[in-house]
Design a binder for this molecule. Structure first.
Ligand code: PLP
Length: 273
């Protein structure tokens, strides 16, 4: 496996970042996860734009898009896989041991892992921890992801593949690595970005392509929604067949199945929508 680090391709096993990298010591970094199918990254322009927004949100300089594109192309070419997770990580670089940032420059790392197609439906749980819609990191895709690690481990313990959070006001927010949609009276709704969720790229495309509405929703909407689905770069649209103890038999239901079809058609027709 070859990865991109410090301006060139390296063997993954031999590549090294500084032990004092601020991404490692304090989680001072941002990232993107991009789906790659048969050597082609999906929606790369949107991912690069969000990477820049996240970096600026942390006060980091915006990454050089030409360099990141070159790095992605080199890594994808060097590691041919039918389906892959392309991961772009951009950190504050070597720094002091505390929260002050260093001045030696940023770190850019691009790596790829082979992936498998997700099942059409999955189980999710809700967790008692909250997303902070008023926090400094709200809406930024930062490498400070340990809350997601904890919540996803809880989901796995309970036989689920995703954990859903409410925000501090008890409103439905998002999953550890996905956005959430519900069907109410046949209409599709998803929480607005003001709920504190990430502005998911798959979410934005699903809203555009299905006409889903952005609606502030209570967490307990999950107890009565006719259908529930998740979106993310690696899931695309994935139906939910169980939320905590509640079964949603027949998932994907008709509205979700139609959304999945539309998403497949539109994403198949344009690699960089
Ligand atoms: C917290 C969080 N929410 C939502 C998403 C979905 O975003 P996207 O569709 O851009 O992959 C992700 C992506 O991994 C995420 O980490």
């Amino acid at each position: 496996m070859k990865i991109w680090l410090d301006g060139g391709l390296r063997d993954a096993g031999a590549a090294r970042v500084s032990a004092l990298d601020h991404g490692l010591t304090v989680g001072d970094g941002v990232f993107e996860t991009v789906q790659v199918a048969h050597g082609r990254p999906f929606a790369l322009t949107r991912h690069l734009d969000r990477l820049t927004r996240s970096a600026r949100g942390l006060g980091l300089p915006g990454p050089d898009h030409d360099e990141v594109r070159r790095a992605c192309a080199a890594v994808v070419d060097a590691n041919p896989v039918p389906l892959g997770r392309l991961r772009i990580t951009f950190t504050g670089g070597p720094g002091p041991l505390g929260s002050d940032r260093g001045e030696q420059g940023t770190t850019l790392l691009v790596a790829l892992a082979e992936s498998t197609r997700r099942p059409d439906s999955t189980a999710v749980i809700t967790v008692p921890w909250t997303r902070n819609e008023r926090g400094a990191l709200a809406g930024l895709k930062t490498t400070s992801y340990a809350e997601n690690v904890v919540a996803l481990a809880r989901a796995r313990e309970q036989g689920a593949s995703e954990a859903l959070f409410a925000n501090t006001a008890g409103r439905l927010c998002e999953g550890t690595g996905s956005n959430v949609f519900v069907v109410l009276d046949g209409e599709i709704h998803t929480p607005p970005v003001s709920s504190g969720c990430l502005a998911g790229i798959t979410r934005a495309l699903a809203v555009e392509w299905t006409g889903a509405r952005e609606t502030d929703l209570p967490l307990d909407v999950l107890e009565r929604a006719e259908e529930v689905f998740l979106t993310s770069s690696l899931r695309d649209i994935q139906a939910v067949h169980r939320v905590d103890g509640r079964e949603l038999p027949g998932a994907p239901g008709p509205v979700t199945a139609k959304a999945m079809r539309v998403f497949d058609e539109r994403s198949g027709a344009d690699l960089d929508p």
